[in-house]
Design a protein around this ligand. Structure first.
Ligand SMILES: N[C@@H](CCC(=O)N[C@@H](CS)C(=O)NCC(=O)O)C(=O)O
Length: 241
């Protein structure tokens, strides 16, 4: 049985869950507690980041490496095509999503969480003790919000510009590159989950996100595309261990 060590709301872990589901593989998830749980993760994998996939004797770290591992073992539904030109284009989009998009999305989410106590509370693991959750919830968010606003105006308009381009592309094409789902689609769809949380994030978070982006009229085709991908991959939830 494949075992995924994850933070539930990490987009990189969602990217791997979507790949596992696209390939029809059954797996269990091990929820890592930020901080303490990462000590055990370090013992297991030699580093402290999620996702980590345990596949028998193989311990694979990093979402891109995990998906390449899965593609080599289960090539019937490839997420990285054999065609070299398409594979190169897909690699570039995946790299953009995992780095540039991920950084901009993280900043936008921090700003949104600073402005919205409900979102802030919902993002922290249920396993955290209540006094700590409450302290985080009651932190005066506008301090942080002001700081991120000044620092990140350029990044925010770049993010909006890129998302508008993608939204336009995906209004008339089912996939970003080529004629079937690839790791480029999964990497982008996973990052979008932090801008507007999908149903799979649970009742507390579903529909919440970064106002100004999640409700932007030009970006609705993009979020609909993401929701369709999630819907097509929905099946029995993995066993949580
Ligand atoms: N390049 C990695 C990025 C993974 C990553 O950034 N994981 C974050 C969660 S979203 C993490 O584990 N952060 C905890 C830490 O750095 O201590 C991948 O694609 O898997």
């Amino acid at each position: 049985m494949l075992e995924l060590h994850q933070f539930r709301h990490s987009p990189f872990c969602l990217k791997v869950r979507m790949a596992l589901k696209a390939k029809g593989l059954s797996f269990s998830v091990h929820e890592v507690l930020p901080g303490l749980g990462q000590v055990a993760l370090f013992k297991l994998s030699g580093q402290r980041q999620v996702p980590v996939l345990v596949d028998g004797d193989h311990v694979v770290v990093d979402s891109s490496a995990i998906i390449r591992h899965l593609d080599s073992l289960h090539p019937d539904l490839r997420l990285i095509p054999e065609d070299a030109k398409e594979a190169a284009q897909i690699h570039l989009i995946e790299d953009w999503a995992d780095n540039t998009l991920a950084n901009a999305v993280r900043t936008a989410l921090i700003k949104a969480a600073a402005e919205n106590k409900d979102l802030r509370m919902a993002l922290f693991p249920k396993a955290l003790p209540n006094p700590l959750r409450n302290a985080i919830g009651n932190f005066p968010g506008h301090w942080l919000s002001g700081a991120t606003e000044i620092a990140c105006q350029g990044e925010y308009s770049d993010l909006l510009g890129s998302l508008e381009q993608l939204s336009c592309l995906l209004a008339s094409n089912p996939w970003i590159i080529g004629n079937s789902m690839s790791v480029a689609d999964l990497a982008v769809a996973a990052q979008l989950s932090l801008l507007r949380f999908p149903a799979s994030s649970g009742d507390e978070l579903a529909g919440k996100g970064c106002l100004g982006i999640s409700d932007h009229p030009k970006l609705q085709p993009l979020f609909q595309w993401r929701d369709q991908i999630e819907e097509s991959l929905r099946e029995t939830d993995p066993l949580v261990i």
